[in-house]
Design a protein around this ligand. Structure first.
Ligand code: NAD
Length: 484
């Protein structure tokens, strides 16, 4: 993998231009080395991006679903054509193993554009009828306007697709801001996007959250803000959006409970948590990180899972040998380390494996399993966003359900049992946007993804997302009732 050279850091009104704001170093988290530096958008450039999106809106919003679908399909083709380069950049900029970026991130990104190309052509719900005598009503779905989309760093290109594809499909224009840590992959795709899309329909600005991000959110011509990020960021965005009454779509954090019943297939549970508790070094809002194990399976699960987690390959010299990468930054690694340190300061919590910063270069943290955790422990309640999984033992299913739901988060959960009655009873009562049964983590472009409670609201993926990016309008025609 070679170090990227980037000449332009912004896409404004169809032009690729360099940022005129402060330059930020972009790091390779696997080594800690500086890859390049990217200059942020200046306030004038941000203004130009929003104005371009505003100017492009009338024409783009009047295109037919078939025209927009053709554009989205062309973007998917461009992603496929550049897949190897994009996977390499994703791996470099996030530190994730290249084989995973190739096999998971890139195909999923292209698929999201393909799904929304199809979904927008099937969008229905236009109600028409005579609800008052001599009047015919119809209901239209129209785009919202200029959307500001703001993405996190854990899956940069995939998160960009989740934000950009439904908003464009629904007929909106956008200003997209990647995370300040991980702009490289979307910037590498920007020349193709500039060729495919009419000028101004999609603008890309780089920069930090407090500067570029908050100015974008506060702009009066932005009609909707879509964020995937932290709860605190969501709260700040809501406060700012309140001033101009913008629509908001918030995909925030998570702390997924995993209920393991005595009758679960233990091999599947161990394999599932080893994979989906630690995938992307646990930097995933749906990570299987909060296990509740029934008393009859608890001890065996802790022992077998401990061995399985200790065998996760990371920080090896040969990238192909790694199953997970580092944390995104030294700050994030230190945040994870301090969560674990505080947890191990509690006498009842047992270190099963891991719990240390890796001594080599980069921001790696050992895959960690902690047992003996109690419901009230900070490590059980708060999102760590790192390779750390806790186990709590339970005696009765109702207790597991209460504990699973006793969380400020409501994004994802899973239940592991071979008894379908039990599985459905638990799944139906779990207060989460998604519950998996005997699996975890799996997403499909066709299915809605989004949280309840403080995990936010609005759905990514699925045709529900198209609805979130559109407004409902009623048109009523008075036509009388007498023909002659
Ligand atoms: P973050 O909130 O720090 O940053 C997310 C984005 O918001 C970045 O682009 C950042 O620059 C921007 N931002 C920050 N402050 C802002 C402000 N005041 N105004 C406007 N924009 C601002 O989150 P992160 O650290 O990049 O990502 C990790 C978080 O994202 C975790 O909490 C994780 O759970 C969450 N996440 C949620 C989902 C989901 O689908 N629910 C998916 C991935 C990540």
């Amino acid at each position: 993998m070679s170090t990227p050279t980037l000449h332009s850091a912004l896409l404004i009104d169809g032009h690729l231009v360099g940022g005129e704001g402060v330059a930020e170093a972009i790091l390779n988290p696997a080594s800690g080395e500086v890859l390049c530096s990217i200059a942020e958008a200046s306030l004038e450039q941000l203004e130009a991006a929003v104005q371009a999106a505003h100017r492009a809106f009338p024409a783009w919003s009047r295109t037919t679903p078939a025209q927009r679908a053709a554009t989205l399909l062309a973007i998917a083709e461009a992603i496929d054509a550049q897949a190897e380069q994009l996977a390499q950049l994703e791996a470099l900029n996030c530190g994730k193993p290249l084989h995973l970026a190739r096999q998971d991130d890139l195909p999923a990104t292209a698929d999201v554009f393909r799904f929304f190309a199809g979904a927008v052509r099937c969008q229905q719900g236009q109600l028409a009828g005579e609800y008052l005598e001599g009047h015919t009503s119809l209901v239209r779905r129209d785009p919202v306007g200029v959307v500001a989309s703001i993405a996190p760093w854990n899956y940069p290109l995939m998160m960009a697709a989740w934000k950009i594809a439904p908003a464009l499909a629904a007929g909106n224009t956008l200003v997209f801001k990647p995370s300040e840590h991980t702009p490289l992959s979307i910037l590498a795709l920007a020349p193709a996007l500039a060729q495919i899309l009419p000028a101004g329909v999609l603008n890309i600005v780089c920069g930090g959250g407090e500067g570029v991000g908050s100015s974008l959110v506060g702009h009066p011509k932005v009609r909707m803000v879509s964020l995937t990020g932290d709860i605190v960021t969501g709260q700040k965005i809501l406060q700012s959006a309140a001033r101009t009454l913008k629509r908001t779509h918030l995909e925030l954090g998570g702390k997924a409970p995993v209920i393991v019943c005595n009758d679960a297939d233990i091999d599947a549970v161990v394999q599932g948590i080893r994979s989906y508790g630690y995938y992307n070094a646990g930097q995933d809002c749906t990570a299987a990180c909060r296990i509740y194990a029934e008393k009859g399976i608890h001890d065996r699960l802790v022992a077998e899972l401990g061995d399985a987690v200790a065998s996760i390959r990371f920080a090896r010299k040969k990238d192909a040998d790694n199953e997970i990468g580092p944390l995104i930054s030294a700050r994030q690694r230190d945040r994870v380390a301090s969560f674990v340190e505080r947890a191990l300061g509690q006498p009842h919590i047992e270190r099963v494996t891991g719990a240390a910063v890796h001594s080599g270069p980069g921001f790696h943290y050992q895959p960690t399993l902690l047992a003996g955790c109690k419901q009230s422990d900070e490590i059980v309640q708060r999102e760590v966003f790192g390779p750390v999984v806790t186990v709590t033992r339970f005696d009765h299913l109702s207790q597991a359900l209460d504990w699973a739901n006793d969380s400020e988060y409501g994004l994802a959960s899973s239940v592991w049992t071979q008894n379908l009655d039990k599985a459905f009873q638990l799944a139906n009562r779990l207060q989460y946007g998604c519950t998996w049964i005997n699996t975890h983590f799996m997403l499909a472009s066709e299915m809605p993804h989004g949280g309840l409670k403080r995990s936010g609201y609005g759905k990514d993926l699925s045709s529900d997302s198209l609805q979130d990016y559109s407004v409902v309008r009623h048109i009523m025609v008075r036509h009388g009732q007498q023909l002659d």
